[in-house]
Structures are given as structure tokens and as C-alpha cells.
Design a protein around this ligand. Structure first.
Ligand SMILES: O=P(O)(O)OC[C@H]1O[C@H](O)[C@H](O)[C@@H](O)[C@@H]1O
Length: 303
């Protein structure tokens, strides 16, 4: 039985929003309105569910995810910061930076025109002592605004609160729910250059739509919106973005999934990651006091 994390004091919550001890006892905000259900863990500031009314779940979280203070949650929308994957320097560990291991603070929860808008924040003080903060020991403020409605909008603003120019990478590592990734097509990347993390690194150029026939792990240089066509569920998922110059697409396929204890051989077909990001030479550079916002809107429509 995991220890239950004491629930923080929070400002008044609007109707349809609760703060509870979720999986592993970790604090979770649960949203239930006429438009959608949704879920955000303070751990990682991580959305772990969004189901708009009349649809099957759109955001996928692994049935084997670990919900533990020192682990990253497998699934949902992990926020990768201040680096992506192995980062741009050899000593950058853990993978994807430290934000997904940190506990965010809820600043505000409000009803807004029928949607629920949540604001969470993470600062260097909150993250102090986490693995990786020794590699990137700089003052910062991340503000994550999550809006649950008939669409899901996640806007992450990074502010350089230090006295020096800073650079970082970031991603919204979204796990999207699909019937079977082997039948999925992705459009919106035609003509985009990409690095292949599985085959010959490249750079390559995407020709036409992207389909999946094996492990896929690509970093696209692209500011374009992406559509995931899912014939199995009879729907299209659109990922619309502002402030993002990279898109990562990832499917671990069977062998890699089987080797990951928090994913497993039986679940990988039901997800595909589409990750709006700013990575490698598209990493963000901020002057002291400056900020950058990446806004991503997730939507679903029947096809
Ligand atoms: O296992 P994680 O650290 O969560 O990373 C999961 C995946 O994230 C991204 O999609 C990367 O491009 C992949 O290379 C990586 O395997």
C-alpha cells in the first residue's frame, strides 16, 4: 500500500473539479463536466486523461504506469523540460529532464465559459534536489495552463527568471489513444525534414503521409499541425500548435514495449505519441526575464 501524499491547500475549486489522492496516493485533479472528463496529476503537471463527451478516451495512459514520487508516469502528456530525450550534452540525465519528476503547484482552477481552466506552476525552488537539477541549476518558472472542454488545450510558458541568457529544450510528449497504431496514418508532415532515431539518422525528408510498420522514433523539424487518422475508432485526432518548431512521433512497437515494465507487450498498439516540441537546434533561447509559450490544442472528430 503506497503512502498517501497529503493533499495541498488549494484555492476554491469550481463545480465539477475535485482534488483527490489518485493512483499511488498522488494528488490528482479530476474534472467532470457536461463537455468532458479529464485528469491532471500535480506530479509532473501531467494530464493523464481527457475524454470529450460522446467520444472514447483521447489521451492514453498505460495500464502499467508507475504512480510513484520518484518515477515518471507512462502516458498522458508528460512535460519534458529542460531537455528532451538524452539532451544536447552528454551528462544530461534523467531522460527528458526533471520536470516530469517534479510536483507542480495548483495556482488556479476556474470555470470559463463551460470549460475548466487549471493553472499549475513549477519553479527551480520546487524542483530543487531532483536528479538533473545539478546539470541545469538555473532559476526558471514553468506555468502550465490546461483547459478541458470539447477540445483540450495545454499551454506551457517558460520564463527565464535568472540574470543570464538560458537555453532549453521542451516537449509535450502526448500519448494519443488509437485503436491500433498499425492502421493509423499521420498527415501534416509531408515535406518536413526529420532525424530517424531508429534507422539511418539522416536528415531525411517526409514524403506523403506517415504510416507505421515497425519501431518509429523521428524528430521532425515542423511548425505544422498534425492529424492522426484512426480508421479503427472511426475518428481523426488533430494536434494544433503554436510556438513549436519540432514534432516527435514515437511508437515503441512490440520488442521495445515488452522491455519496458510500465508499458508491456500487450498495450503498445493502442497508443501513438505525437509530441509538439522545441528540440536540438530549435531549442529555445531566452534573455533574462523573457518567456516563451508553446500552446497545443488536441481535438477529435468522427471520420
Ligand atoms: O521512456 P521515456 O524516457 O519516457 O521515453 C520514451 C520516448 O520518448 C520520445 O518519444 C523519444 O523520442 C523516444 O526515443 C523515447 O523512447
Amino acid at each position: 500500500m503506497p503512502a498517501t501524499t497529503p493533499l495541498p491547500d488549494v484555492p476554491g475549486l469550481p463545480a465539477g473539479v475535485t482534488l483527490e489522492n489518485g493512483e499511488g496516493g498522488l494528488p490528482v485533479l479530476r474534472v467532470e463536466t457536461a463537455r468532458a472528463t479529464g485528469e491532471v496529476y500535480l506530479h509532473g503537471g501531467q494530464v493523464t486523461g481527457w475524454t470529450p463527451a460522446g467520444h472514447a478516451p483521447v489521451i492514453w495512459t498505460s495500464p502499467r504506469a508507475r504512480f510513484e514520487p520518484d518515477a515518471a508516469i507512462r502516458g498522458g502528456i508528460p512535460l519534458c523540460f529542460p531537455w528532451f530525450g538524452p539532451g544536447r550534452e552528454p551528462e544530461m540525465r534523467p531522460a527528458h529532464g526533471f520536470a516530469r519528476l517534479a510536483d507542480f503547484t495548483l495556482l488556479e482552477a476556474r470555470e470559463d465559459d463551460g470549460d475548466v481552466a487549471l493553472t499549475l506552476r513549477l519553479t527551480d525552488e520546487d524542483a530543487a534536489g531532483l536528479p538533473g537539477t545539478d546539470v541545469w541549476p538555473f532559476p526558471f518558472e514553468l506555468t502550465c495552463q490546461v483547459r478541458f472542454g470539447s477540445t483540450l488545450r495545454v499551454a506551457v510558458t517558460t520564463r527565464n527568471t535568472s540574470a543570464h541568457v538560458r537555453s532549453y529544450e521542451e516537449a509535450q510528449h502526448a500519448y494519443l489513444a488509437v485503436q491500433d497504431v498499425r492502421d493509423v496514418r499521420i498527415t501534416g508532415l509531408d515535406g518536413a525534414p526529420y532525424l530517424d532515431k531508429v534507422g539511418t539518422p539522416g536528415p531525411h525528408t517526409q514524403r506523403g503521409e506517415l504510416t507505421f510498420a515497425g519501431e518509429t522514433d523521428r524528430i521532425y523539424g515542423s511548425t505544422s499541425d498534425v492529424t492522426v487518422h484512426d480508421p479503427g475508432l472511426g475518428r481523426r485526432l488533430t494536434v494544433t500548435k503554436q510556438g513549436s518548431a519540432s514534432t516527435i512521433v514515437w511508437s515503441p512497437w512490440s520488442a521495445k514495449a515488452a522491455a519496458m515494465a510500465d508499458l508491456g507487450e500487450e498495450h503498445w498498439t493502442g497508443m501513438v505519441c505525437v509530441e509538439p516540441a522545441n528540440v536540438l537546434h530549435d531549442g529555445i533561447v531566452l534573455e533574462p526575464g523573457a518567456s516563451h509559450t508553446t500552446t497545443v490544442t488536441y481535438a477529435v472528430e468522427r471520420s
